[in-house]
Write a protein that binds this ligand. Structure first.
Ligand code: S3P
Length: 739
C-alpha cells in the first residue's frame, strides 16, 4: 500500500451524513484522496455522486471494494455492526478510523467486531458540526481551522497515524492526539453536557402551550444558549448512551453546583452568586481569549511569504528586537523581585507576550510604558496569586517550562496549557528533575502539556545531570530552586545559554562552577532591578547568513547580544569563511553586546561537532542553508534536539531544502550536506509548517535561488518578529506576504 497511499489514497467513507459527506467533499476539493462513498440509506450515495461530493459510490461490501483507508461516519451505536460487515474487506495495512463523538465505545465496538485491534485502527473525532444534517448539508470548509482529535491506541501504527493526520490537515483541520479516556472526559464536559442542558431546557420550556408562547419574547441569550438543541436527536441519543459514565460524572458535579446556586438564591446569599458568576466570567473571558488567539494565529499561520531572489547586494543596518530568551527571564525575575523593576528593550514577540500575560494572570502588575518598556511590580519569590483559570501559553515552550519551575513552589495548584504545537512538545524533561526536588507535575500520558502543577510544601536540594543540553530545563530547575529556597547542583552534557545564571548572579545569588558542575545557592529574596535587554542574536544571525550569501552585501547589526553561550553560529560561520567583525564591544544588562558587521563571502564546508549543539541550537536551520551552498561536505553532529522544537526541524528543513535542490541527508543524529559550491538553489514552494525559524532559514535560501520561493504557513513569523517587514525593507529583501 505504502507508495500508492503516499500519492493519493483511496478513502472509503461509510455514512454520508453531514460529517461524512463534508469530509468527502473537502478531500475531493483538496485532491488529497480518491473518495469512495457508501450509505445505508437508499439513494444517498447517488445523491453524493450527483453533487460531486464523492468520486465513486460503493453499493455493498461484497465483493470487497478496493480501498486503503476507511472512515466510519455512522452513528456510534452502529459502529459494531458496520465493522462486522467490513471485516472481510480489511487487509493487514488498511487504515481504519471514524468520526464518532465518543471514543471508548468505538474501541469496544471494534474489539467486539474484529477481535484483536488492527494496527491500522486509529479512532478520530473532528470537533466540528452544524445543526443541519444530511448529504445536502455537506460543507467543504466544515473542518477548516477546527480541531481533529486522534486517539491512537497502544498498537496503532505510526504510518496509519501520519496518513490520517495528513488527510485531515489537507482539509484544514488542526490535528491533536489524546488518550481515549481523556477524550471522552473532555468531550463529556465541553460538548455532551452543554447539549444535554440545551435539550433539557428547551424541552422544559416548550412542554406546555403557555410556555411555548414565551418563545416569541425570547432574544439573544435564549438563542445562544439553546442553539445546539436543534441538533440531530438520534445522534445525541447515541452519544449519551455511549458516553454514559463520563457524562454522568460531570452531570453529577453540575447538579450539585446548581443546587448550591438554587439555595443561594433562596437564602438571598448574594456573595455566593457573585463568587460563582465572577469565576465563570473570568473563565469565559479566558476561553474567548483562546478562541481569538487560535483564530488570529491560524489566520497568520496561513500566510505565505513570496520571496524573490536578491538582484542586488544587501546593505544598511538594523537593530534586532530585544532578545527573546532574556526578555522571558527578565520579566519573570522582575515579577519575583521585592520591588518595582524597569525592563527596557523587551522583545515584543508573541512568546514574550505569552509570559507577560501569564504573569498578569498570576497577580503581577505590569505597566506598559511602551511596547518595549515595562514597569513590573515584583511580588516576592512566593507571592504569585492562584489564577482563576488555566494559563494559556500559545506556542511558547520557554514560557511553559520556565513558569512551571516558578509555579512548582508557589503553594497553589495551577494548570498550564498551550496550542496544538506546544501540546506535542516534551514536558517530561522538566517533570523529572522538578519532581526530584519535591514538586508535583501531572502531564498527559505522552509526557506533554497540559501541565497540572500541584501545590507542594517541602522541597529538597537536587543533584542532577541533564540528559540533553537545554537552557529551558536548566532554567526551570534554577527558578524552582530560587522560589523553593533549596540549592541545586547541575551538570549539562554541553553548555547551553546561561542568561538565567547571569541574571541571578547579578541579583545576588551564588553560582560556583566546579569543573563540569554548576552549583547554585539561591538567596532569600531578589532586589528590584532595572534592565536593558540586548538585541536578539538569533534574529541577527538570519541577516548575517543572508548578507554572507548575496554577493557585494555589507550590513551592520546594532546592539546585538553576543553572549558566548549563544555564538555557535558565529564560530561556525567564521570557520566556513564568513566575514564578520564585532565592533564596540560592551556590556548591557549584564550581557556582552556588540555591533556586528557582515560582508559577503564565499563559503567552504565545516565539520560541526556535537559540542556546538547547545550554543547553536536555534541557528542550525540557517547553517544548513549555508552549508548547502558551500564548497564541500559538511557534517553537523548531535542535532537530535531539533526534532523537539516548534516543528521537527530536521524534517521541515530537509523537506524544504530537498525542494530547493540541496543534497542533505540524515545519518543517525547527524546531518550531512554536500554543498553546491555557489550554484544557486531551485525556486519552488516550501512549507515551514508554522515554524518561524524555518521560515527565516528558507527566506535566506531564497536570496540565492534561481526563481522565486513561496514559503507556506509562514505568518507566525510576523508575531515572532514584529518589525520583520521594516527590517526586510531596510536591508533589501524582496519579500511580500500573502494570505
Ligand atoms: C531557549 C532555549 C532553547 C531555544 C529556545 C529558547 C531559552 O530551547 O531553542 O528558542 O530561552 O531557554 P531548549 O532549551 O529547549 O534547547
Amino acid at each position: 500500500m505504502t507508495d500508492r497511499v503516499k500519492q493519493k489514497p483511496r478513502v472509503l467513507i461509510i455514512g454520508l451524513g453531514l460529517i461524512g459527506a463534508s469530509f468527502a467533499k473537502a478531500l475531493r476539493l483538496a485532491q488529497s484522496a480518491r473518495v469512495m462513498g457508501m450509505d445505508a440509506h437508499p439513494g444517498v450515495a447517488d445523491q453524493a455522486l450527483d453533487l460531486g461530493i464523492i468520486d465513486e459510490k460503493v453499493e455493498q461490501l461484497s465483493p470487497c471494494p478496493e480501498f486503503d483507508v476507511v472512515i466510519l461516519a455512522v452513528p456510534v451505536l452502529a459502529m459494531e455492526t458496520v465493522l462486522k460487515q467490513l471485516k472481510p474487506c480489511l487487509k493487514s495495512d488498511t487504515v481504519i478510523s471514524d468520526v464518532g463523538s465518543v471514543k471508548g465505545s468505538v474501541v469496544k465496538a471494534a474489539e467486539a467486531a474484529l477481535g484483536e485491534l488492527p494496527s491500522g485502527f486509529v479512532p478520530g473525532h473532528p470537533i466540528a458540526g452544524a445543526e443541519r444534517s444530511g448529504v445536502t448539508a455537506a460543507k467543504a470548509d466544515l473542518f477548516d481551522r477546527h480541531l481533529l482529535i486522534l486517539t491512537p491506541l497502544p498498537g496503532s501504527s505510526e504510518l496509519a497515524i501520519s496518513l490520517l493526520t495528513r488527510l485531515w490537515q489537507s482539509v484544514g483541520a488542526e490535528v491533536v492526539r489524546m488518550p481515549v479516556q481523556r477524550h471522552d472526559e473532555v468531550l463529556a464536559a465541553t460538548s455532551h453536557l452543554p447539549h444535554l442542558l440545551a435539550f433539557s431546557l428547551v424541552d422544559t420550556l416548550s412542554r406546555d402551550s403557555e410556555h411555548r408562547e414565551i418563545f416569541r419574547y425570547a432574544a439573544g441569550g435564549f438563542r445562544d444558549f439553546t442553539r445546539i438543541a436543534a441538533s440531530d436527536p438520534t445522534m445525541w441519543h447515541d452519544v449519551f448512551l455511549a458516553n454514559r459514565d463520563a457524562t454522568l460524572a460531570i452531570l453529577n458535579r453540575f447538579q450539585q453546583d446548581l443546587s448550591q446556586l438554587a439555595s443561594a438564591i433562596e437564602q438571598g446569599d448574594g456573595e455566593t452568586l457573585l463568587g460563582v458568576f465572577g469565576r465563570a466570567k473570568s473563565a469565559r473571558d479566558y476561553f474567548t481569549q483562546i478562541l481569538q488567539s487560535r483564530q488570529r494565529i491560524s489566520d497568520d499561520v496561513r500566510k505565505s511569504l513570496i520571496v524573490a531572489p536578491a538582484t542586488r547586494a544587501l546593505s544598511s543596518w538594523v537593530q534586532p528586537p530585544g532578545d527573546r530568551s532574556i526578555s522571558h527571564r527578565a520579566i519573570i525575575l522582575a515579577a519575583l523581585s521585592d520591588g518595582q523593576c524597569m525592563v527596557r528593550g523587551f522583545g515584543e514577540g508573541d512568546d514574550n507576550r505569552a509570559t507577560l500575560e501569564a504573569l498578569r494572570k498570576l497577580g503581577v502588575s505590569i505597566e506598559e510604558e511602551s511596547s518595549t518598556q515595562l514597569r513590573v511590580q515584583g511580588v516576592g519569590l512566593t507571592g504569585l496569586k492562584k489564577p482563576d483559570s488555566p494559563i494559556y501559553l500559545a506556542n511558547s515552550a520557554t514560557s511553559m517550562r520556565l513558569l512551571a519551575g516558578v509555579l512548582a513552589a508557589q503553594g497553589f495548584d495551577c494548570e498550564l496549557m498551550g496550542d496544538a504545537s506546544l501540546s506535542q512538545r516534551p514536558m517530561d524533561r522538566i517533570q523529572t528533575p522538578l519532581q526530584q526536588m519535591g514538586a508535583a507535575l501531572d502531564l498527559s500520558a505522552q509526557g506533554t502539556a497540559p501541565i497540572m502543577v500541584r501545590a507542594r510544601a517541602s522541597f529538597t536540594s537536587l543533584v542532577y545531570r541533564l540528559p540533553m543540553a537545554s537552557a529551558q530545563v536548566k532554567s526551570a530547575i534554577l527558578l524552582a530552586s530560587l522560589c523553593a529556597g533549596v540549592p541545586v547542583r547541575l551538570q549539562e552534557p554541553v553548555p547551553s545559554r546561561d542568561h538565567t545564571e547571569r541574571l541571578l548572579a547579578d541579583l545576588g545569588c551564588s553560582f560556583v562552577r566546579q569543573e563540569e558542575e554548576l552549583q547554585f545557592e539561591p538567596g532569600p529574596s531578589i532586589p528590584a532591578f532595572d534592565i536593558d535587554i540586548p538585541g536578539d542574536f538569533s534574529v541577527a544571525a538570519v541577516h548575517m547568513a543572508a548578507a554572507t550569501l548575496v554577493p557585494g552585501s555589507q550590513i551592520n547589526l546594532l546592539q546585538v547580544g553576543v553572549n558566548p553561550t549563544r555564538l555557535g553560529f558565529l564560530d561556525v560561520l567564521k570557520d566556513m569563511g564568513g566575514k564578520i567583525a564585532l565592533h564596540h564591544q560592551r556590556k548591557v544588562g549584564g550581557e556582552p553586546v556588540a555591533d556586528i558587521q557582515v560582508r559577503y563571502a564565499p563559503l567552504k564546508a565545516s565539520q560541526v561537532s556535537a559540542q556546538f549543539s547547545g550554543r547553536t541550537i536555534d541557528e542550525f536551520p540557517l547553517l544548513f542553508v549555508l552549508a548547502a551552498l558551500a564548497e564541500g561536505q559538511s557534517r553537523f553532529s548531535g542535532v537530535r534536539e531539533l526534532r523537539y522544537k516548534e516543528t521537527d526541524r530536521l524534517k521541515t528543513m530537509l523537506e524544504g531544502l530537498h525542494t530547493l535542490g540541496a543534497r542533505i541527508e540524515l545519518d543517525g543524529d547527524d546531518v550531512l550536506i554536500e554543498g553546491r559550491a555557489g550554484e544557486p538553489f531551485n525556486g519552488g514552494i516550501l512549507d515551514c509548517a508554522g515554524d518561524h525559524r524555518v521560515a527565516l532559514a528558507f527566506l535566506v535560501a531564497a536570496q540565492v535561488a534561481s526563481r522565486p520561493v513561496i514559503i507556506r504557513h509562514a505568518g507566525r513569523l510576523l508575531g515572532a518578529y514584529p518589525c520583520f517587514t521594516e527590517d526586510a525593507a531596510r536591508l533589501g529583501y524582496a519579500v511580500t506576504i500573502e494570505d
